[in-house]
Design a binder for this molecule. Sequence first.
Ligand SMILES: [Zn+2]
Length: 246
Amino acid sequence: MRSAIIALIVCLCLVPAFAAQDPFSLPVGTVVIDAGHGGHDPGASYNWPFVGHVVYERDLTLDIAKRLSVLLTLSHPELTVVMTRSSDVYLSLSERSAIAAGLDWGAKGALFVSIHINSANAPSANGFEVLTKRQDKPVVLLDEATPLSNIHLFASHSQNQLNRLLNNRNLVVASIFEETLAGQLVTSRSRGVKEQDLWVLNQCRMPAVMVELGFLTNEDEARRLTNSLHRQHLAQVLANAIGRCL
Ligand SMILES: [Zn+2]
């Protein structure tokens, strides 16, 4: 009788805890770094006289992504760091999100960070911004492409619940990135967190954030973005933001 009561108490304690487990707020074991554009998709470009050649967004994003990968691997050797591209190749948006969707989380959480550089017609436009997916765009999380251990993480929730949890976590991640960048990128102003209809984020089956790290079309920011020391600093600040999400 006594052991039956203990078993009942244990069940009552465990069931709500298990039902409440949020797969998107688990300690992060996998970080996907997505260097925007690449190959025949150059992204933003500008020919600044002080550089002497056309500067392409695809090259800046790849450089920052590689630096970030090295910093993360050094500071968090336990993390699995995956780059959607590590050279100047073209990847479609669906290929990028498919790389993320096919990753086995190994019972831990995951995070997708997409790196971009902005541009605008107005040369005065400046600052960084943090983009998150539109909350009304549901993500399919469970289908034949879902890795086995992720099925285990997702299966106790409905697709609606999963999307609600994913949306909540996306907002937390976006605000951590915005706070960290605002505090540590002293030469750049924050344009805030924005919810946007971005295909790569809408399709991402894990908490995901996109950072626009400055405007290539603004002279002051272009001078900084084309400076390798500044790109190293950007990578370090991104590593710090990711560190706060783990
Ligand atoms: Zn871009």
